[in-house]
Design a protein around this ligand. Structure first.
Ligand code: 8X3
Length: 266
């Protein structure tokens, strides 16, 4: 880490030791985002936990020692406020973009415009806005990292996935462009693409709160990935020496050899 980095992050500098790492993690109120906040905090990172739901963030922050910031990453004013909080707190070297999600399983023939707009807004525009806002800080740090959590839905389409596929393919393409653009600024860009992950809310939200339908998504799959499995990979990818860029990491459960090949037993 550079001496500039030490100055950017004075709050967490140990006397005589290297500066602690610092990250913004979005989507922090639940699932992979929440697990990532826990994983990084456990390793001594200073973590700004960002999501819309303040109450859940407060609880997580109290448990992990992180800094809660209630914000909608697709709202320019919220992003500006978040940036100011982070600047006041000493800055970050890593931006972990996890906020996102799916709405609906409709085929294109029955596409719900509201669902598509929501998915494009959160997964694509939100990720772009927060990344755009933090890039000057990450470049100035000298060894910045952006990690975008996309999905295997961003490299492999499926029936009923159209809106989510469109959003995640877009986020995947944006991430590839970003890596090309930022290399000369020594900002590494990592993409983690999970397949089937069983979390508290992903399928439930996608299926409009229908708990039975959400449970069927994982029916008979002995070991789907957990939020902690993915968070551990995220933590690893942002912790390896900065010149090591794990460009694209596809992570699926063994039972899902491909998007269309899911082993269900029983
Ligand atoms: C989640 C993976 O298969 O539900 O991002 O699209 S999938």
């Amino acid at each position: 880490m550079t001496s500039d980095a030490t100055q950017l992050n004075p709050a967490s500098t140990q006397p005589g030791g290297p500066a602690a790492r610092a990250a913004v993690v979005t989507g922090a109120s639940t699932g992979i985002g929440e697990a990532t906040v826990r994983a990084l905090a456990a390793e001594g990172w200073r973590v700004y936990a960002v999501a819309r739901r303040a109450e859940r963030l407060e609880r997580l922050a109290a448990e992990t020692g992180g800094v809660p910031v209630a914000a909608d990453i697709a709202e320019d004013d919220d992003v500006a406020r978040l940036l100011a909080v982070v600047e006041d707190g000493g800055g970050i070297d890593t931006l972990v973009n996890i906020a996102g999600g799916a709405r609906g399983r409709d085929w294109v023939a029955d596409a719900q415009t509201d669902d598509w707009e929501w998915m494009l807004r959160v997964n694509v525009l939100g990720t772009m806005k927060i990344t755009r806002a933090f890039l000057p800080m990450l470049r100035a740090h000298g060894e910045g990292t952006v990690l975008n959590l996309t999905s295997t839905a961003g490299i492999s389409a499926y029936e009923g996935g159209g809106g989510y596929n469109a959003a995640k393919y877009a986020e995947h393409g944006m991430t590839q462009a970003l890596r090309l653009e930022e290399a000369e600024h020594n900002v590494r860009v990592v993409e983690v693409l999970p397949g089937l992950v069983k979390t508290e809310e992903f399928a439930l939200r996608r299926l409009g709160g229908d708990a039975e339908a959400a449970e069927k998504v994982y029916a008979g799959v002995e070991k789907p990935l957990t939020a902690e499995d993915v968070a551990d990979v995220v933590r690893y990818a942002v912790s390896v020496p900065h010149h090591v860029n794990l460009d694209e990491i596809v992570i699926r459960p063994v039972a899902q050899a491909a998007t269309h090949k899911l082993i269900r037993r029983g």
